[in-house]
Design a protein around this ligand. Structure first.
Ligand SMILES: Nc1ncnc2c1ncn2[C@@H]1O[C@H](COP(=O)(O)OP(=O)(O)O)[C@@H](O)[C@H]1O
Ligand SMILES: [Mg+2]
Length: 239
């Protein structure tokens, strides 16, 4: 089953073409990687999918439903969760309080504190932050702040996760641990994951399929081994 379809999406900021005619689809339960240099349009694409940026053209279909005209909060409640490249937890709230807020906001619609707390604790356990539940979110290491971002998206009840550079700035060991966590989440929650990552080895290892953007233009798409061997990708990355 197709979880997400992006058809001919374009976005311009003034005269800058940030996305040009981008199309792809992501099957349920798979990990789809987005690659491209700084400024290639990756984060803009996430913004368009999550309803935060209105495209100039094209359509998005999530879980069989067209997203045109839906607000970000409505899209979130439909089961689409995203993390942000710049982490922004409520720094003064505890780790647990951060995920409780997300659970109350998202698809779970856990309006009762008890249910929200339960969804929050589950999300923390799933990303390995259960033991830090009572710490202030602002006191976490970068690696754990990235994990908290993922837990916040999970606590909304997301079935599709958009992860924007959750491995940036992590050590090699932390990258390996994060990859393990993502594989386990996909397995246990039957999640579909769309992931932007500069750590190319990790992206290759995680992704079932990869799309490469160059200045907003799709230049290659396919399984990782096919994409690394693509002549356009070699030219842009290594040429
Ligand atoms: N809100 C905005 N207004 C104007 N230009 C923007 C805006 N957001 C992004 N851009 C530009 O669009 C291009 C793509 O940016 P972005 O999607 O953040 O790239 P990436 O995430 O691949 O590094 C860049 O040239 C960036 O400067
Ligand atoms: Mg970006």
């Amino acid at each position: 089953m197709t979880m997400l379809r992006v058809d001919n999406v374009s976005k311009q900021f003034g005269g800058l073409k940030a996305l040009q005619d981008v199309s792809f689809s992501v099957d349920e339960g798979t990990i789809f990687g987005l690659m491209g240099a700084n400024g290639a349009g990756k984060t803009t694409l996430f913004g368009v999918i999550a309803g935060q940026i209105r495209p100039n053209g094209g359509t998005i279909t999530f879980d069989g439903r067209p997203l045109a005209g839906q607000r970000p909060d409505q899209i979130c409640r439909m089961g689409l969760g995203r993390t942000f490249q710049i982490v922004r937890p409520f720094a003064n709230l505890s780790v647990l309080e951060n995920v409780i807020v997300s659970a109350m906001y998202g698809a779970v619609r856990a309006h009762r504190l008890e249910a929200a707390t339960q969804a929050g604790r589950r999300a923390l356990d799933e990303v390995g932050l259960g033991h830090l539940a009572d710490q202030a979110a602002g006191s976490l290491t970068l690696s754990n702040q990235k994990r908290l971002e993922i837990a916040r998206a999970l606590a909304t009840g997301a079935k599709l996760l958009l992860l924007d550079e959750v491995m940036a700035g992590l050590t090699a060991t932390e990258v390996a641990q994060m990859s393990e966590t993502l594989f386990r989440l996909r397995q246990e929650r039957k999640l579909t994951i769309l992931i932007i990552e500069h750590v190319m080895g990790a992206l290759m290892n995680l992704s079932d399929r990869i799309l490469v953007l160059d200045h907003g233009v799709p230049i290659a798409m396919g399984p990782p081994e096919q994409v690394v061997a693509d002549e356009n990708v070699i030219r842009v990355y290594f040429g």
